[in-house]
Design a protein. Structure first.
Length: 749
């Protein structure tokens, strides 16, 4: 039998696949995409049917030469890249390049899909190969063209109108809008006062019981102020407190479904603080295979980009058998638990689950890194729990009456732990004393409490992904990229709780784009476009029709924006010198307020937002300090390196003085040095050049020039990667290890 060639995109897969398939197969990796649109230009021929200009990615020439050489010597060629749109695009481009060889043209090129990297799944995939999926490929082509058109045609407009280096994206800009609008809600939020009233009672045995006011008169009570509370207390404090009802009922808590991509990313963030990007990198490693000693390299989880809760009958059966054996028959439901996927979900993949149920986390813990073990344990526990019986609680509710007031207390006692034995936070048992109807209780004291309503919280990685999914923006393969792109822009920063807070630049760009490109910034329009991409994949729409319909509207907005877009944002403030309106503009030293009557009026000022989000002019004028050269008052100004003192007689006198020390900015990224507990902080040299160093200097001397990125290299394991940003707004993540060639482009979306 002749030699067979299997091509995958990741080198991590190759070792596992070689072991499963034996010497009959030559397994090679593409190291990701081999072709893409050119970085230095649009790469889409709009006038010629939106034809994309795919080119070989720089540095992939050698990889392609080796693949072609291997293809010449193979009798059969299989393409086993990831089973999604992006994987299909990689396979399609490889096939295109191989078919350019006359030695390959007559050979059959098969497409194989691995939902999991196990021996059985791999063998089955090879025995039932498929054709390349043109619809899936064209769906990815459409996404790439849409993102390129938006990114490469709006971004230069922002450079021209606002500031060089800015970027816009079809999905990125919508996500930024969501963050900005959430911040506006927070800033405009007016807290409302409310109160609760608890009562402490005592039974004949001397046990104290705490209950909360639930009703007053016929209706549920909402206490608005202290006067209302005092009035109720004065009316009931001399009344008898009688138990008027004691009710008990059994309450079931059903197990959660197995993970889909978005929920896995949310849970990993909540439990471990993992970014969506980090979660997907770890999950990719678990899917592709981990070395397990004598067992060799094994894929531990199924494919991790999915929006389907579907579980195969075989996996369901293995789970039920395992649960009965380990926990007992009462822990498995009469019928297997089946979870309905959301409308529009692609059921091509299963939910995320362990490939082998008997590979318990504790059994393989010594082979996994700390982060791999955390994520694998989470996935394993969730899947097993999803096939278990519900937890059962006895819920007791007691109502106590005093005059027109009814106080209520509830308690839960677990009768059967069910799936809770393996997954979820430990349920708190609120036990309460046994009381009977008609029992009289003694008043000990009242405990009134004042509260205020809270604004909606800022977005975290988890809540942003949750809302993106809710609004049907993005798909399982894009959530992590969307969040990462947002994080890498100057449009947002993270607060002390790692939540997204928009910068003034983020507000400015969002408002400008909303006015000039209402469709691009519209959440509903973006969601509709995602559905169109799904329909292309399903063969229900043609990719060219989708692009044409989009560009027909977009081109009109683009032409209008080229003429009418203003790189400024109007405010309600008036110029203190001429009475004209003040606008927010961007300059080389950041954003500032300027008079709309420029150049007739040259008034400018720094600004800030007050606690209600209103723009406020900074007090920046005269100080008590006198210029030692000319005797004029010194004023505060902002320059490239922050605030400084300048002579008010400028340009006649150019005297300046430092006003403040250079601020040290904490990046929040742990120092990569072994055993060091410090974090990387942003510093400046005496000449103003930025660098990053450990906060525990001089104890730790670690430093780097490039902007740090909180991640681990998937190729060599180096902790803390680096980001390089280019003038055209593009960014590249790469490994600090000079001997490692790992790098990754940060896409515009």
């Amino acid at each position: 039998m002749g030699k067979k060639l299997l091509i995958v995109e990741s080198p991590t897969k190759t070792k596992t696949l070689k072991r499963y398939l034996g010497a009959e197969f030559d397994v090679r990796a593409t190291l990701g995409h081999i072709k893409d649109l050119p970085e230095e230009r649009l790469g889409v021929d709009i006038g010629n049917g939106f034809t994309p200009e795919y080119v070989i990615i720089k540095g992939k020439e050698r990889v392609l030469r080796e693949l072609k050489k291997a293809a010449k010597n193979a009798d059969e060629i299989y393409l086993g890249t990831d089973p999604d749109r992006e994987g299909e695009a990689i396979a399609w481009h490889v096939a295109e390049e191989l078919k350019k060889l006359k030695e390959v043209r007559k050979k059959k090129i098969f497409r194989v899909l691995f939902n999991e990297i196990t021996k059985k799944a791999v063998k089955e995939a090879i025995l039932s190969p498929q054709e390349l999926n043109k619809d899936r490929f064209e769906s990815q082509v459409a996404r790439r063209i849409l993102d390129r058109i938006v990114g490469y045609q709006i971004s230069p407009l922002l450079w021209k109108k606002v500031k060089r280096g800015l970027s816009a994206g079809r999905v990125q800009s919508v996500a930024l809008r969501m963050i900005c609008e959430r911040e506006k809600e927070i800033l405009s939020f007016v807290p409302e006062e409310y109160w609760t009233l608890d009562v402490i009672l005592r039974d004949k045995e001397g046990r104290e019981i705490k209950a909360r006011l639930f009703k007053y008169g016929e209706d549920k009570i909402e206490l608005k102020n202290e006067e209302q509370v005092k009035e109720i207390i004065s009316e009931i404090e001399k009344e008898t407190f009688n138990v008027i009802s004691v009710s008990k009922k059994k309450v079931k808590k059903n197990p959660p479904p197995p993970f889909i991509t978005s929920i896995l990313q949310q849970e990993a963030y909540k439990r471990f603080g993992f970014s969506a990007k980090k979660t997907m990198l770890i999950a990719q490693n678990l899917y592709e295979g981990v070395e397990l000693g004598e067992m060799g390299q094994i894929g531990l989880i199924t494919y991790m980009r999915t929006d389907s809760f579907r579980i195969s009958d075989e996996a369901m059966g293995m789970a039920r058998e395992y649960i009965e054996k380990r926990f007992g028959k009462e822990y498995i439901p009469e019928k297997p638990n089946v979870f309905k996927s959301k409308k529009g979900a692609q059921d091509a993949h299963e939910a995320i689950r362990p490939t082998m149920i008997d590979l318990e986390p504790k059994k393989i813990a010594r082979y996994l890194t700390k982060d791999q073990l955390s994520l694998y344990t989470l996935i394993w526990n969730r899947f097993v729990a999803s096939q278990m019986s519900p937890s059962i609680f006895e819920q007791t509710q007691i109502d106590i009456k005093a005059g027109d007031a009814i106080f209520r207390l509830t308690g839960n006692v677990m009768l059967f732990d069910g799936f809770g034995i393996i997954y979820g936070e430990k349920e708190k048992e609120d036990t309460i004393p046994k009381l009977r109807e008609g029992q009289v209780l003694e008043l000990v004291r009242f405990e009134p409490s004042q509260h205020f309503t809270q604004p909606p919280p800022r977005y975290t990685d988890a809540t942003l992904i949750k809302d993106l999914e809710k609004h049907e923006i993005g798909r399982p393969s894009t959530y992590a990229t969307i969040v990462e792109v947002i994080n890498n822009r100057a449009y947002v920063v993270r607060d002390e709780k790692k939540r997204f807070r928009p910068t003034e630049l983020g507000f400015l760009v969002t408002e400008i784009l909303k006015k000039s490109f209402p469709d691009i910034l519209d959440i509903g329009f973006t969601a509709k476009m995602e559905k169109s991409l799904d329909k292309i994949e399903q063969g229900k729409k043609k990719w060219l029709d989708v692009i044409k319909n989009f560009y027909k509207r977009f081109s009109k907005e683009l032409k209008k924006a080229e003429k009418e877009m203003k790189g400024e944002l109007s405010t309600e403030l008036k110029c203190p010198e001429c009475g004209g309106g003040l606008v927010i503009r961007s300059g080389k030293n950041g954003l500032f307020l300027a008079c709309s009557n420029f150049p007739e009026c040259r008034y400018t000022s720094d600004f800030h937002r007050d606690e209600n989000g209103n723009i406020v002019i900074d007090e920046r004028n005269q100080t008590d300090e006198i210029c030692e050269i000319c005797g004029s008052p010194m004023v505060v100004k902002r320059g490239k390196f922050g605030l400084f003192l300048a002579c008010s007689s400028y340009p006649k006198c150019k005297n300046t003085k430092s006003l403040e020390e250079k601020k040290i900015i904490d990046t929040g990224i742990p120092c990569p040095e072994e055993g060091c507990s410090g974090r990387l902080v942003e510093r400046e040299t005496k000449k103003g050049k930025k660098f990053y160093a450990c906060s525990r200097y001089p104890e730790c001397s670690f430093s780097m020039w490039d902007e740090p990125y909180d991640g681990t290299c998937p190729k060599c394991g180096t902790k803390v990667l680096a980001i390089k940003r280019y003038k055209n707004g593009r960014a590249m993540i790469f490994c600090r290890n000079k001997e490692c060639d790992y790098k990754e482009k940060v896409d515009k979306r």
